[in-house]
Design a binder for this molecule. Structure first.
Ligand code: ADP
Length: 550
C-alpha cells in the first residue's frame, strides 16, 4: 500500500492496525461503567454504559455476519443520534463492513439515488422514518432487507416494505461471543455523501486509519479538548460527517455521552443539558440560535455547560458574545468539511494572546483558527500560486492531511486534488500566526468592480444588530459594478427595524464600498439538510431583484 521507500533500518514497535473496534474495546476496558444516555424517538430516556454498548455492538456484529454482510459491503443508517446508532457505528465498521450514514432530511428520491450509488446491502432506520423508508424502498435496487431500530412490540403489523426486520430481534437472537477481526487499517470504514448543493451528491469514504487519527487529534486540548471529566452532547447529527467524529473521540476519552435523538429544538436541548449536566456540546449556528432564543425568552441559565464548538458555517460574533457574556459559556469556532472527516481548524488562543486586550482576543477567536496537527492548509490564487499569510490577502483555501479526501467514492468528479492539495471551495485569509479566517465560499463571494466582497463579514455585522435574528448576503447583478450586495434579513420577533437604519448601522464598521446596496426583510431563510442557509435558493428567489442603485 505504501508508495514510500523503506529504510534499511525499520523501527521495532508493535504494528497494530488503527481500527475503529479498538476504540469501543478501550472504552469498555477503561471506562466500562461510564454512561451513554439517549433521548429516544420512542419519547423516553434510555441509559446504559460503554460496556453495554460494546456487548450489544458484538451481538449486532454477529447478526450482520448471520445476514451475510461481508467486508467492504455497505450498510446504511437513517437515524438520529442515539445508542442504537452508536452500536451500528462499531458493529458495522468494526466487523469490516462500511457504515453509510444517510441524511434523513433529504428527499426520498435523493436517498434512493445515494443508496443505489453506494450499493447498500441493508438499511437500518429509526422507527419514525418508516413512512420515509416506505417511500424510497421501491426505488432501491441493492438493499436486501430493512431493519427498524426498535423493540418487537413497536413493529408495524403491516408495511409496504417486504423485508422488514426488527433491530432488537437481531440483538436477542445473537450472542456477544465475537472477536473483532484485525485487518488493514486503510480499509474503508464509513461513507458520507456531501449535501450536493450543485449536481449529484458525492461520497467521502473514510478509512479506519483516517478515523482513528482524526479522533486522536480532535480530542487534544487545542482541538475539541474532550476529556473523561466531560459530559458531551453532540447536537451535530451522526448522519452528517459522523457527528464531527464525536462517537469515536468521546469513547476514546471515556467521557459520558448524551444523545439528543430527534428533539433538537431549544427547549429539548436545554432540558437535556440540565438534566444530564452536560459540559460540552457541538453543532451548527442554527441550532444554537434556537437554544439561545429559548433560554433568553425564559430567563434561564446553564448550570453545567462550559463549552460549545460551533462550525459548519461561520459563527456570528454576536452569538459568541451572548454565550460568553450572558451565560459564561465559551464558544470554540471550528472549520471543516465532509471531505475532511471533518476537522481542519479550531480556534484556540496561545499563551502570548492571554495578555492582550479582550477586544484583540475576541478578534482572534472570531477566526476559524489554526490547523490541528495532521492537517496542513494554504491559500492560492487562480493559478495555484501560494499567497502570503498576512491576514489580509484572501485566496482559495486548500488542505492536505491523512484524514483529507484523495478522491470521491467510485471516482466521481475525477481527479479532485490540485498539486496534491484538496481544493476546499472556500475563500480565506491566513494571518502571520497561522490563524485562518473564511471570508466566503468561492461560489458565494460577491464580485464588485473586479474586487471581492466577502459575505460572511456583512452577515456578521448585520447579526450584531439587536433587532436581527438571521441575515444572508447575496450578490445581485449590477450594470456598473457586476454585482452588489443585497442583505436578506429575518428580524427578531416583535423587533422594529427599517432598511435605512440597518444600512446606517454598517457605517464605520466596514470599507464604504462593501456596504450593502439594499436590505430586504423576509419571514425566514431557507435551510438545507445540514442546517445551513441555502444561498443558491436565496439567489434563485431574488434573481429578478432590482437594486435601487442599478
Ligand atoms: P457540505 O456537504 O454542504 O459541503 P460540509 O459540512 O462538508 O457540508 O460543509 C463544509 C463547508 O462548510 C466548508 O467548506 C465551509 O464553506 C463551511 N464551513 C464549515 N465550517 C465553517 C466555519 N466555521 N465558518 C465558515 N464556514 C464554515
Amino acid at each position: 500500500m505504501s508508495q514510500y521507500p523503506q529504510s534499511p533500518l525499520m523501527g521495532q514497535m508493535m504494528h497494530q492496525p488503527l481500527l475503529i473496534s479498538s476504540i469501543i474495546e478501550h472504552a469498555d476496558r477503561q471506562f466500562g461503567k461510564n454512561e451513554i444516555v439517549s433521548r429516544r424517538v420512542e419519547g423516553d430516556i434510555h441509559r446504559y454504559t460503554y460496556r453495554d454498548c460494546h456487548r450489544r455492538a458484538r451481538q449486532m456484529a454477529n447478526a450482520l455476519r448471520a445476514l451475510g454482510v461481508k467486508m467492504g459491503e455497505r450498510v446504511a443508517t437513517l437515524a438520529w443520534n442515539g445508542y442504537r446508532h452508536m452500536e451500528l457505528y462499531y458493529a458495522v465498521s468494526g466487523s469490516g463492513a462500511v457504515l453509510h450514514t444517510i441524511n434523513p432530511r433529504l428527499f426520498a428520491e435523493q436517498i434512493a439515488y445515494i443508496a443505489n450509488h453506494a450499493e447498500d446491502q441493508y438499511l437500518f432506520f429509526d422507527m419514525n422514518f418508516l413512512p420515509l423508508a416506505e417511500a424510497f424502498a421501491a426505488h432501491c435496487t441493492t438493499i436486501k432487507a430493512y431493519v427498524m431500530m426498535c423493540d418487537r412490540d413497536r413493529m408495524p403489523k403491516e408495511s409496504k416494505i417486504a423485508n422488514l426486520l426488527c433491530y432488537e430481534d437481531l440483538i436477542d437472537n445473537n450472542t456477544d461471543d465475537y472477536v473483532w477481526p484485525l485487518f488493514d487499517e486503510n480499509s474503508a470504514s464509513s461513507l458520507c455523501y456531501t449535501s450536493g448543493t450543485t449536481g449529484h451528491p458525492k461520497g467521502a469514504l473514510y478509512s479506519h486509519r483516517s478515523t482513528v487519527l482524526h479522533s486522536l487529534a480532535s480530542c487534544s486540548p487545542d482541538g475539541l479538548n474532550v476529556s473523561a471529566r466531560d459530559v458531551v452532547l453532540p447536537v451535530v447529527p451522526m448522519f452528517h460527517v459522523n457527528a464531527w467524529g464525536l462517537p469515536y473521540s468521546v469513547p476514546m476519552t471515556g467521557a459520558k455521552m448524551v444523545f439528543p435523538g430527534a428533539s433538537l429544538d431549544g427547549k429539548s436541548v436545554y432540558e437535556l443539558f440540565e438534566q444530564e449536566q452536560v459540559t460540552f456540546s457541538a453543532g451548527v449556528p442554527t441550532v444554537w440560535l434556537g437554544l439561545l432564543t429559548y433560554v433568553g425568552q425564559n430567563n434561564l441559565r446553564f448550570s453545567s455547560l462550559k463549552r460549545t464548538v460551533v462550525g459548519g458555517s461561520a459563527c456570528p460574533p454576536s452569538m459568541m458574545k451572548t454565550f460568553m457574556h450572558k451565560y459564561g459559556v465559551e464558544t470554540v469556532h471550528a472549520w471543516g468539511m465532509t471531505e475532511m472527516s471533518p476537522l481542519g481548524t479550531v480556534c484556540t488562543l496561545q499563551s502570548n494572546h492571554l495578555t492582550m486586550s479582550e477586544e484583540a482576543r475576541q478578534a482572534i477567536l472570531e477566526k476559524q483558527g489554526h490547523t490541528i496537527y495532521g492537517v496542513q492548509i494554504r491559500i492560492v490564487d487562480d493559478n495555484f500560486k501560494e499567497l502570503p499569510w498576512d491576514g489580509k490577502t484572501f485566496g482559495n483555501l486548500q488542505a492536505k492531511g491523512p484524514w483529507v479526501i484523495s478522491s470521491y467514492f467510485k471516482g466521481e468528479g475525477g481527479d479532485v486534488l490540485q498539486d496534491g492539495w484538496f481544493p476546499t471551495g472556500d475563500v480565506a485569509t491566513i494571518d502571520a500566526e497561522g490563524y485562518m479566517q473564511i471570508t466566503d465560499r468561492s461560489k458565494d463571494v460577491i464580485k464588485s468592480g473586479g474586487e471581492w466582497i466577502g459575505t460572511i463579514d456583512l452577515e456578521n455585522i448585520a447579526m450584531s444588530h439587536p433587532a436581527v435574528l438571521q441575515a444572508a448576503c447575496i450578490g445581485i447583478a449590477h450594470p456598473k459594478w457586476d454585482e452588489r450586495p443585497l442583505l436578506v434579513v429575518v428580524k427578531k420577533q416583535g423587533a422594529d427595524l427599517t432598511k435605512e437604519e440597518l444600512i446606517e448601522f454598517f457605517q464605520g464598521k466596514i470599507a464604504k464600498w462593501w456596504t450593502p446596496d439594499d436590505v430586504t426583510f423576509v419571514d425566514e431563510l431557507p435551510h438545507g439538510a445540514t442546517g445551513k442557509i441555502l444561498k443558491n435558493k436565496i439567489r434563485e428567489q431574488f434573481k429578478e431583484y432590482k437594486l435601487p442603485t442599478a
